[in-house]
Design a protein. Structure first.
Length: 412
């Protein structure tokens, strides 16, 4: 299979962290992820059945340092880059989409913690450098202003990685002393103060454990709240402006990171169908193996081309995010809109490729023992995430290209 290959950037070159240990570069982290493939693949079926990633897999990912890639070095993390987050998620996605989704969401939420003031970061990573963070940005809650912060009551669907998280970044309305909503924000919640409702009963991404988190009059101090409108345009709460990764553009990171697992699932589906083609016949034809058929060859070429195209768009978008952060430049609206469009197009290319591969492989794709049917369901479900939606993403980009100001969402 021909896929755009990774290459470690200077930004990710090994350097010392706060513990004095070397920070692994991108290639090393991807290699660690791929080394776990047999274990993660073996646990995929149980994860789907139990509707949560098997704890053995979470432990292995933790011990490999793969939950540290977006944690600040000040806490022993690796503080890598958007491109690294994307490639590590993809490498895990080759083994299991649900596991990759949990890793991805926990890492991007850890990155979000890096945008908060240091006092809030200390609450999370100072207390536990291996803390895992989940999150939902929709402000589906009520808040009441009190001295020093807000008291919050609400429910947040769908919180991927909820079974494994110690903290959660959750959308909240910012209210004043009179109770009026004056802004939108995200609050940082200790999961020990939240309830978890087991609500995740779905066709795909079952092991992501994207359940509902519930707060009942939970106090969120002011230092654990970041206001969203300023953050969308690059004004964050962190005092550490020298930390390049946490200068990255908010919405482009939040969107693009979600297609990392898709890249891996696309590669896994293509590899599986190619591998089986050497021995699988085409029923009711004279072909004793699929690989002899010109029709099959054309389908494989088209699927591979779509997967390559997805990688090219994803890597370009990731590199642009990283380049802007390294130059301490916040991307303008048009650049951010293109990142949303790239995200939708990556998901569209991968889901189209997988559909072609299912048809090429045949009806056996849907046998319960065949990993293709789980890849198909997981990819199709993940591609419908609201911030990934291709139709919405293309409209955002089209309006930006035409200079139209009637934006359909603030999340650009």
């Amino acid at each position: 299979m021909t896929v755009v290959q990774s290459s470690a950037s200077h930004a990710d070159a090994a350097q010392g962290d706060s513990t004095g240990d070397a920070v692994p570069d991108r290639d090393e982290l991807v290699a660690r992820a791929r080394a776990l493939r047999p274990l993660l693949s073996a646990n995929a079926e149980a994860g789907e059945r139990d509707r949560r990633v098997v704890e053995e897999s979470i432990t292995a990912l933790t011990e490999a340092g793969l939950f540290k890639i977006a944690t600040p070095k000040r806490y022993g993390g690796y503080e890598t880059s958007m491109r690294t987050m994307l490639e590590v998620s993809a490498a895990v996605g080759e083994a299991d989409g649900g596991t990759a989704w949990v890793l991805t969401l926990c890492n991007v939420c850890a990155w979000m913690v890096g945008l908060f003031p240091q006092r809030a970061q200390d609450d999370v990573f100072g207390a536990d450098p291996d803390a895992k963070v989940s999150g939902v940005l929709a402000p589906t809650a009520e808040s009441r202003k009190v001295p020093g912060g807000w008291r919050v009551t609400g429910k947040w669907y769908y919180n991927s990685g909820s079974w494994h998280a110690n903290w959660a970044v959750l959308g909240i309305p910012i209210t004043d002393e009179q109770g009026a909503t004056v802004d939108q924000g995200v609050g940082l919640f200790d999961c020990s103060e939240l309830e978890l409702e087991d609500t995740w009963f779905v066709a795909g991404m079952r092991s992501s454990g994207s359940n509902c988190l519930v707060a009942a009059d939970v106090f969120v101090p002011e230092h654990r709240v970041v206001r969203m409108p300023p953050a969308i345009t690059g004004t964050y709460g962190t005092e550490h402006r020298d930390e390049v990764f946490y200068r990255s553009a908010l919405v482009p990171i939040l969107a693009l990171v979600l297609v990392g697992p898709q890249l891996g699932m696309g590669r896994a589906a293509l590899d599986y169908v190619i591998r089986k083609a050497a021995t699988k016949p085409i029923s009711y034809t004279f072909y004793t193996t699929q690989r002899e058929s010109v029709g099959f060859q054309l389908q494989i070429a088209e699927a591979a081309r779509l997967i390559d195209t997805a990688h090219l768009h994803a890597y370009r978008a990731a590199d642009e995010i990283d380049r802007a952060a390294a130059g301490d430049e916040y991307p303008d609206f048009l650049a951010r809109a293109r990142a949303r469009s790239d995200t939708g197009y990556v998901a569209e290319c991968i889901t189209r490729a997988i559909d072609i591969l299912l048809s090429a492989h045949g009806a056996g794709s849907f046998a319960e023992v065949n990993p293709l049917q789980r890849i198909w369901r997981d990819s199709a479900t993940a591609a419908r995430h609201a911030i990934v939606s291709s139709a919405v993403s293309y409209e955002i980009y089209g309006k930006a290209l035409l200079g139209l100001t009637d934006s359909i969402t603030p999340l650009v």
